[in-house]
Design a protein. Structure first.
Lengths: 407, 536
């Protein structure tokens, strides 16, 4: 007896003459798929559609563009006195210690790059792409001092500057026309001696000295690229700080400005909206100030620190969200740091750590859309984040140095 | 992990495969409208168009900026300035608007150059620049100045003014301090409005409604510099212009409604436009996709609509031979809405899936799938959980592909093996076989159709309903299709005999099952025995 068997399923066929169509063709195949897992050749109810998000986005979904790239803000990293610490954005209070692979794993303590009244300037660092460049003092005679780079997984020495001294201090590090500019000062008998400034190719490590040395006892503390030239803020023993500049391919550093009396140095320098800003360290009896240079070359005082009696320092500046932020620290015992914000017309106090106990800012960085600072505080050193106009402490750790990095 | 840029309502999100999302802030004055979000990824930048009121780009930090940076409209006013160190005659000073990464200082975008400033002669002086324009694009945070060496005409990068407010400045810098690389010749603004965009050969290619018969191309790896443009087909032939892109490996397919073209070449010196076919073109731009270097699109040939495949062997319609009536009758789909269809590739089934509106409505609520290996169509599928609005292929946290369907309810849905849509909506399996008229087919005579048995994969539970329909002809030669009593096949059995079907010219079976979470896999069926009874 003949059987009619259909095991060779086909798809929908609405075109072929109904008497000519193959056995397995269909008039309708709603919500089925050809089985490809266990029963090749069979037809199976199609797979379901499960919502990825339990909370609906605004309706309707108008489109999605696949971005085959890692997300941002997966973690941020900062350093303390004997290593790098990592704390994830998702749970910023969780801190783990990372000993990154590669040469130069930080078993040697980081030296603060420069201190005023025991308070260091904000650690200079340069981000190029997803890498963080920073200076490290190598305390071994015979080994050059280094520019190191961290990529979030390993860190290595990107360049060795061609001078050798046990006692020295790394100074400013900034980007100028695609090259790193790094400053160092040697120390003899506890006194700043000779300044060296280098331009370093971040890819090849090729290093050339930028201009000549400074006068004895003058040290570079901060620097910035402005109007196509190199600008450094310095401090001088027994004198006041200066802002020096060097033209591209120039050979001689030239004084742009000398600070007023009792301002021993320029601890920070930044460009903002076409103007140059330089913050000073002032000794007791004088308030630290931030000076501003217009594009035409006119200098004026832009902001005055609150503590003239004890003196203090503006020890760091950073441009974030189109505004200039400056970090201030009074030298008075127990004084807390403050963060000031300039919008191009006026300064406001954006954050006062007084309520959080004494401390100062050691590092600053922008990760994603947020501003982070590393603080040294008696009640717990930490990382603070400025997001949507508010500051919040997102991590506490043991001891700060102040580099900040996000990956 | 990878993520998706998603437009929902009037909001832009970064959406992660784990279901979390981050609302992105649009630049001031930008909105997300009611149109579909289209975009492309180049390097670490994502360009979004059509849904945004103006094209946007999103960088690696999820900062959203306007893509279009118009060049400074006026030349800088030049004059000899205060005492300095520069001497010479400098003609043609220009500047551009630049967006720099505030964290790294990297240039993210740059406009075309301004008009050239007048010649200025300095003798140990600064060059004073005034009448500097401010960009209306709020992302601009720098003006970059270019000048030649004394007496020269080739421009070199001079200095950056890191703001968007200053209107005058003085500067110098010896000629030998200028970089040796002249200014790029690829600076050029993108179109102010972009309707279609695609990445191909490390460049972005776009169609603008302002000039629909042209294709605009960016510089290599630069989303902000757009030096290229090519006319596609006769200008003004219709109001649609370019209707889709097909980025195959070595050819960029560019469709119009009535023709298909391609762009070949590797760089700006050898790009050229070639006509591929006349008479057939792309109807629905969001159905364009490329799978294994074959382009697929919902196209139109004169008045006939179908799904087309474009590959090394040319163009062919892959729907005409099987499901022509889906796209060309008013029985199944709203043909007027087919131009708004969208499509995606489903790797799990190796199928191209096309989403369309059912007849009588405008909401997209049906889709068809074309199996690329079997060359067969299945459908029309539907879901009761939501109306699909878009498709994307994402990568999950393990970098495994996830096919995602956007919904009218603000959710994104991924393939799930649960055989349930949403939280608890059943999937209505509905398979209708052809009429069987014996073997070989003898529709002119009556047959006896014996016992039906269904063979399926054994499930832990569930019932498959099988409804036979017999076609009979009465003494007046009136043909009638009559549904018979439904039979129940226990999916737990694996194979089950279900009873005799009856007498008629032919018999057709309808398999249905719609329980949430219930799987059903049908291997086949048998009708045994069957006999020819003769002509009546």
């Amino acid at each position: 007896m003949p059987n009619l068997t259909v095991y060779d399923w086909e798809g929908v066929d609405l075109v072929t003459d109904p008497y000519q169509r193959s056995k397995g063709s269909l008039d309708r195949a709603q919500n089925v798929e050809f089985s490809r897992v266990q029963g090749r050749g069979a037809i199976r109810k199609r797979a379901g559609l499960s919502a990825l998000n339990s909370s609906a986005l605004s309706t309707p979904i108008r489109g999605a563009i696949n971005v085959p790239l890692p997300g941002v803000n997966q973690r941020y990293i900062y350093s303390y006195s004997s290593g790098w610490l990592r704390t994830p954005v998702a749970s910023p209070g969780t801190i783990t210690t990372d000993q990154f692979s590669g040469s130069g794993a930080p078993s040697t303590a980081f030296s603060p790059v420069f201190t005023f009244g025991s308070y260091p300037v904000v650690q200079p660092q340069v981000r190029i792409g997803n890498k963080l460049f920073y200076l490290r003092k190598n305390n071994v005679t015979g080994q050059g001092q280094g520019v190191y780079v961290l990529d979030g997984t390993t860190h290595w020495e990107a360049a060795t500057v061609p001078f050798d001294a046990v006692d020295f201090h790394p100074g400013p590090l900034f980007l100028h026309r695609g090259r790193l500019c790094a400053g160092f000062v040697t120390e003899v008998g506890g006194v700043r001696d000779v300044t060296y400034v280098y331009l370093i190719d971040p890819v090849t490590g090729a290093t050339v000295q930028a201009g000549g040395t400074f006068a004895a006892t003058e040290a570079p503390c901060c620097g910035v690229s402005y109007l196509g030239q190199l600008f450094l803020g310095t401090s001088r023993s027994g004198s006041t700080g200066r802002v020096m500049y060097l033209r591209d391919n120039g050979t001689t550093w030239t004084q742009e400005r000398a600070a007023a009396a009792s301002h021993a140095g320029y601890a920070c320098i930044a460009t903002y909206k076409g103007e140059l800003f330089a913050g000073t360290f002032a000794s007791a009896g004088t308030a630290a100030i931030i000076e501003k240079r217009t594009a035409a070359g006119t200098w004026s005082t832009s902001l005055t620190g609150v503590d003239a009696a004890n003196g203090g320092t503006f020890n760091g500046m950073i441009v974030f969200n189109n505004e200039l932020y400056a970090f201030y620290k009074s030298v008075a015992p127990g004084a807390a740091a403050t963060v000031h914000k300039y919008d191009g017309s006026s300064w406001t106090t954006d954050f006062d750590m007084g309520a959080q106990s004494t401390g100062d800012v050691r590092g600053a960085g922008i990760i994603g859309a947020d501003l982070y600072i590393v603080t040294n505080q008696t009640t717990g050193h930490g990382i603070w984040r400025r997001r949507s106009g508010s500051w919040a402490k997102v991590a506490t750790y043991s001891a700060p140095t102040g580099y900040l990095y996000g990956a | 992990m990878a993520y998706a840029l998603v437009a929902g309502g009037s909001t832009l999100y970064a959406f992660y495969p784990d279901g979390t999302s981050q609302t992105l802030t649009l630049p001031t004055g930008y909105t997300i409208g009611a149109r579909r979000l289209r975009g492309a990824v180049l390097g670490r930048d994502i360009v979004g168009v059509y849904a945004p009121s103006s094209p946007i780009w999103v960088d690696a930090n999820n900062v959203v900026r306007g893509l279009v940076i118009q060049a400074p409209p006026l030349k800088p006013t030049t004059a000899a300035g205060a005492a300095g160190s520069l001497s010479g005659t400098y003609a043609g000073i220009k500047y551009s608007f630049v967006v720099k990464d505030p964290e790294t200082g990297d240039v993210l975008a740059e406009s075309e150059l301004s008009p050239a400033g007048a010649s200025v002669t300095v003798a140990s002086q600064l060059i004073a620049l005034s009448n500097l324009q401010v960009s209306s694009n709020v992302a601009v945070n720098c003006r970059r100045f270019y000048r030649p060496t004394t007496g020269g005409s080739v421009l070199f990068e001079w200095f950056d003014l890191d703001d968007n407010t200053t209107t005058s400045i003085s500067a110098e810098g010896a000629d030998e301090s200028l970089p040796t690389t002249p200014v790029s010749d690829e600076l050029g603004s993108p179109p102010a409005q972009i309707e279609l965009i695609v990445e191909w050969k490390n460049r972005l290619w776009a169609k603008s409604p302002a000039d629909p018969d042209r294709v605009y191309g960016s510089a290599e790896k630069k989303i902000y510099a757009w030096p290229l443009e090519f006319p596609i087909g006769p200008v003004g032939r219709d109001s649609y212009g370019v209707t889709g892109f097909l980025p195959r490996r070595d050819e960029l397919g560019i469709g119009r409604r009535e023709s298909l073209w391609k762009l070949t070449g590797t760089d700006k010196d050898d790009f050229r436009v070639v006509r591929v076919a006349e008479g057939v073109g792309i109807l629905a731009p969001d159905t364009c996709l490329v799978v294994r270097d074959q382009g697929y699109f919902l196209g139109v040939q004169f008045d006939q609509i179908g799904m087309y495949e474009w590959g090394g062997e040319g163009i062919r319609c892959v729907s005409d031979e099987q499901v022509h009536s889906w796209f060309n009758t008013d029985t199944y789909l709203n043909r007027g809405e087919l131009k708004n269809a969208f499509a995606g590739y489903n790797p799990a089934t190796d199928s191209v899936e096309v989403f369309m509106a059912a007849v009588g409505g405008t909401a997209i609520n049906r889709w068809a799938s074309f199996d690329l290996k079997k060359r067969e169509w299945l459908g029309l599928h539907r879901t009761s959980a939501f109306d699909p609005t878009c498709r994307a292929n994402l990568l999950d946290s393990n970098e495994v592909g996830v096919v995602v369907t956007g919904g009218s309810d603000g959710k994104l849905y991924a393939r799930s093996e649960t055989r349930t849509d949403g939280a608890s909506t059943g999937i209505a399996l509905d398979v209708l076989t052809r009429f069987h008229f014996g073997e070989p087919a003898a529709p002119d005579i009556d047959h006896y159709f014996g016992e039906l048995s269904v063979v399926s994969k054994k499930e832990s539970a569930g019932t498959l309903t099988v409804t036979p329909t017999l076609r009979t002809q009465d003494t007046n030669n009136v043909e009638t299709d009559t549904a018979q009593t439904a039979l129940s096949h226990a999916l737990t059995s694996g194979r089950q005999r279900l009873g005799r079907l009856g007498v008629g010219r032919g018999v057709q079976l309808n398999f249905t099952e719609s329980t949430a979470g219930q799987d059903a896999e049908i291997y086949g069926y048998e009708i045994s025995p069957w006999h020819e009874l003769g002509r009546r």
